[in-house]
Design a protein around this ligand. Structure first.
Ligand code: AMP
Ligand code: ZN
Length: 467
């Protein structure tokens, strides 16, 4: 398995810490609103990664957090708590909002065939773990308190910003608008808020530094280490997490343990709306429910995501989604027809095996989903493969693609012919029933002259156009 590692900026051979096992942490949603389809693109990428790791023979332990406290509208500890903002705007409690949008998120994931992470952990259930980690950082001299808040001092470590390759000297000398005058370095970040502008904060907890609530970044360090240990294999997220969120997660995790935290950093590129990143704050906010409301299947969107490589930007448009929809429906139709003809082969032919192997190789080479998808098409169109072979290969591929191919049912009328030709087909069936094989063969030859092959399937004869 080969994977692009944001830390090295290179495609690397994947070598897990424990042979045969993969520990993987993915930053989860902030549950103050519906996920938009850009967020969902990132979760689809992570699901594809997990499925591919499984195909490559690893057992995967996948942990994802739910951010239900501490995520501010601004990345530099500025702005308002996203949860509190929605609570104020809707008149509901933060807890109700978190519960509602968490459920909505998992409904979306289910519709998209995203396999649920093995562990889903809520930030508010892990406040003590965060406090313990902050205490560890305090003991090692990486924190300071100012204005009532506890800050991480980026000058207390040597390699701050290594993931994003930030130039710290430039950052210091550059004129930056500083919003929080408590900070010694503009890039320092809050670990624990007590005294802040959010006086009416609903969610607060006791801590050694006073009653308050955690900063956003500390939750991912505390929960990932709790469930995966202090050194694990893969950490994922969208690329927007690189310069601040993941940078700060690394700083505090490695400062606390004194060692490397994560071996592979994998980031999904943005979904664009027009020329801009789709975001909750911009006007082009589209949810999965919006698409379903317009008559799309959630898996049309999954298919659309598979048409782009996860490290490339993908531009959303309804035209592109229409193309994905008709492509996916075309595959489902073919699979549905194949299912009428045969059951998947227990022992596929060597040609079918070759397709499966090529598919796995494409996926195991830094998730080459677009190539893998074109192999699925090529295989389905290959006249040398039997229906049983095609089904076996398609199901094998779908364990990674997750397009629900096993559920496919042919929708279109079985025969491709005109009414007259359908009548001939029916007459042939009657002739066969009456054991008039001469007449049955005559009709078959007549249909052949008209450009059709008669195929006998378990559910009756069908016509296929000769191409
Ligand atoms: P949030 O709920 O805002 O914390 O975001 C959840 C995930 O979606 C994070 O991993 C983000 O990096 C990712 N994300 C946000 N916007 C986009 C986008 N336009 N395209 C792809 N991923 C995104
Ligand atoms: Zn995170």
């Amino acid at each position: 398995m080969k994977l692009y590692n944001t830390m090295s900026r290179r495609i690397e051979d994947f070598v897990p810490i424990v042979p045969g096992q993969v520990s993987m942490y993915c930053c989860g949603p902030t549950v103050y609103n519906y996920a938009h389809i850009g967020n969902l693109r990132t979760y689809i990428f992570e699901d594809i990664l997990k499925r591919t790791l499984r195909r490559a023979g690893y057992s995967v332990k996948h942990v994802m957090n739910i951010t239900d406290v501490g995520h501010l509208t601004g990345d530099g500890d500025d702005g308002e708590d996203k949860m509190e903002k929605t609570a104020r705007e809707t008149g509901k409690s933060v807890w109700d909002i978190a519960a509602f949008y968490t459920e909505a998120f998992f409904n979306d994931e289910k519709a998209l065939n995203i396999i649920r992470p093995d562990i889903v952990c809520k930030a508010t259930d892990h406040i003590q773990d965060m406090i313990d980690l902050i205490k560890r950082l305090e003991d090692r001299g990486h924190t300071y308190t100012a204005g009532g808040n506890v800050y991480f001092s980026i000058d207390s470590i040597d390699d701050y910003g290594k993931l994003a390759r930030l130039n710290i000297d430039e950052l210091k000398s550059g004129a930056r608008i500083e919003v929080d005058s408590n900070k010694k370095n503009p890039k320092d970040f809050v670990l624990w808020f007590t005294n802040s502008k959010f006086a009416g904060q609903a969610m607060t907890w006791d801590s050694p530094w006073g009653r308050g609530y955690p900063g956003w970044h500390i939750e991912c360090s505390a929960m990932s280490m709790k469930y995966l240990g202090e050194h694990f294999d893969i950490h994922c997220g969208g690329i927007d997490a690189i310069p601040v969120h993941h940078t700060n997660e690394i700083a505090q995790s490695e400062a606390a343990t004194g060692k490397t935290w994560v071996n592979y950093w994998c980031h999904g590129e943005f979904l664009l709306m027009g020329n801009a990143k789709m975001s909750k704050s911009s006007g082009g906010f589209v949810t999965l429910q919006t698409l379903i409301g317009k008559g799309y299947n959630a898996l049309d969107y999954r298919y659309f995501c598979l048409t782009g490589h996860y490290r490339s930007q993908l531009r959303f448009s309804y035209d592109a989604l229409d193309a994905a929809k008709s492509a996916r429906e075309g595959i489902m139709e073919r699979i549905g027809q194949l299912k009428k003809e045969a059951a998947p082969a227990d022992q596929p032919s060597s040609k079918a095996e070759e397709y499966m192997k090529a598919f796995d190789e494409a996926m195991e080479n830094d998730l080459g989903a677009p190539q893998a998808l074109s192999l699925l098409w090529k295989m389905l169109k290959d006249g040398e493969l039997s229906a049983a072979d095609k089904l076996a290969a398609a199901y094998h591929m779908d364990e990674i693609l997750g397009l629900g191919l096993k559920e496919a049912v042919a929708q279109k009328a079985e025969a491709a012919g005109t009414e007259e030709e359908m009548k001939l087909l029916e007459e042939r069936a009657q002739a066969k029933k009456a054991k008039d094989f001469k007449r049955a063969d005559e009709i078959r030859d007549e249909l052949k002259r008209r450009g059709y092959i008669v195929k006998d399937t378990p559910s009756g004869a069908i016509l296929e156009r000769i191409v």
